[in-house]
Design a protein around this ligand. Structure first.
Ligand SMILES: Cc1cc2nc3c(=O)[nH]c(=O)nc-3n(C[C@H](O)[C@H](O)[C@H](O)COP(=O)(O)O)c2cc1C
Length: 283
């Protein structure tokens, strides 16, 4: 399924680094070309030689090792997908902060392609405020995540923080590299966000809906090949690309837009939070 695809696998310094060997093998079995880069810490857990043998490529650790080519740029140009597995709390913090002080962090910053992150760490580290902020920021910037799973950890606890199994990371990678277009040919109508009911020209009744759910549904449908129309109340973020957006203000506006568009739609998903009340008259 991955024939002709180029994957850069970044291995960082956690016990789960040994599972990245199996992941390399699974990628290769699916026909992908795999180049592995490792942090210095990762090399304390698994020898680069193991990945070199499994991938058939030199393993990159040191940015300055090959002065005749700029290693991080050559890796970034090679990749159709970058997979960080396992991803330490440290590498996520560095990516989040824009720190590029070793080969892995620099190459990830230079990647024009999608990056899939498979975190692995102790539960308290995973749930720490700093780490959770970093994860949320990375997700909002478009980084894809898989896991962590709940289960037995290297520290002896059994809780959240375990790296997902290589087979699951392979599946997630396939989904990113070969997205399903199973909604191709369908018109999908999605509603999102709050509405506003004017009391007078300045004041209005509304609610706390952000519109995130409807926008995420619209983007997911677009990714799966649908022609998407989004009827959106006032929200604070920009229009998604590749989606027709019909901006409305009041519940009546939303009703009118949806009843006009619905007959031409194959699927209608109503994720908006229209106001329940409207003023009998606007003063
Ligand atoms: C035995 C051992 C196991 C470790 N396991 C993890 C881990 O699973 N997850 C993690 O985030 N850090 C783990 N660490 C800490 C990282 O190795 C450390 O933060 C290191 O600076 C990470 O460097 P890197 O992100 O450049 O690979 C472990 C450290 C040791 C000594």
């Amino acid at each position: 399924m991955l024939s002709g695809k180029h994957i850069v696998l970044a291995v960082t310094g956690g016990i789960a680094a040994y599972k990245a060997c199996e992941l390399t093998r699974l990628f290769k079995k699916q026909g992908a070309e795999v180049r592995v880069m490792m942090t210095e810490s990762a090399t304390r857990f698994v020898q680069p030689l193991t990945f070199e043998t499994l991938s058939g490529y030199h393993v990159s650790v040191d940015s300055f090792e090959h002065s005749w080519e700029i290693e991080h740029i050559s890796l970034a140009k090679f990749a159709d997908l970058c997979v960080i597995a396992p991803a330490t709390a440290n590498i996520m913090a560095k990516i989040c902060a824009g720190i590029a002080d070793d080969l892995v962090s620099t190459a990830v910053m230079a990647m024009p392609c999608k990056t899939l992150i498979a975190p692995a760490m102790n539960t308290v580290m995973w749930r720490s405020a700093a780490n959770q902020d970093n994860v949320a920021a990375l997700k909002s910037r478009g980084f894809a995540f898989i896991g962590p799973a709940t289960g037995e950890l290297a520290c002896g606890d059994s809780d959240e923080g375990r790296m997902c199994e290589p087979e699951q990371i392979l599946e997630a990678s396939i989904a990113l590299l070969c997205p399903k277009k199973d909604l191709a040919g369908l018109n999908v109508l999605v509603t999102a966000g709050p509405t506003r009911e004017l009391l007078d020209p300045v004041r209005f009744i509304t609610n706390r809906s952000t519109g995130k759910m409807g926008y995420a549904i619209a983007e997911a449908a677009r990714e799966r090949g649908a022609e998407v129309t989004l009827v959106s109340g006032p929200v604070s973020f920009s229009k998604p690309s590749g989606v027709e957006v019909c901006s409305v203000v009041s519940t009546q506006d939303m009703y009118d837009a949806v009843t006009a568009l619905a007959p031409d739609s194959d699927v209608v998903i109503q994720a908006a939070a229209p106001a329940d009340f409207t003023a009998p008259q606007i003063s």
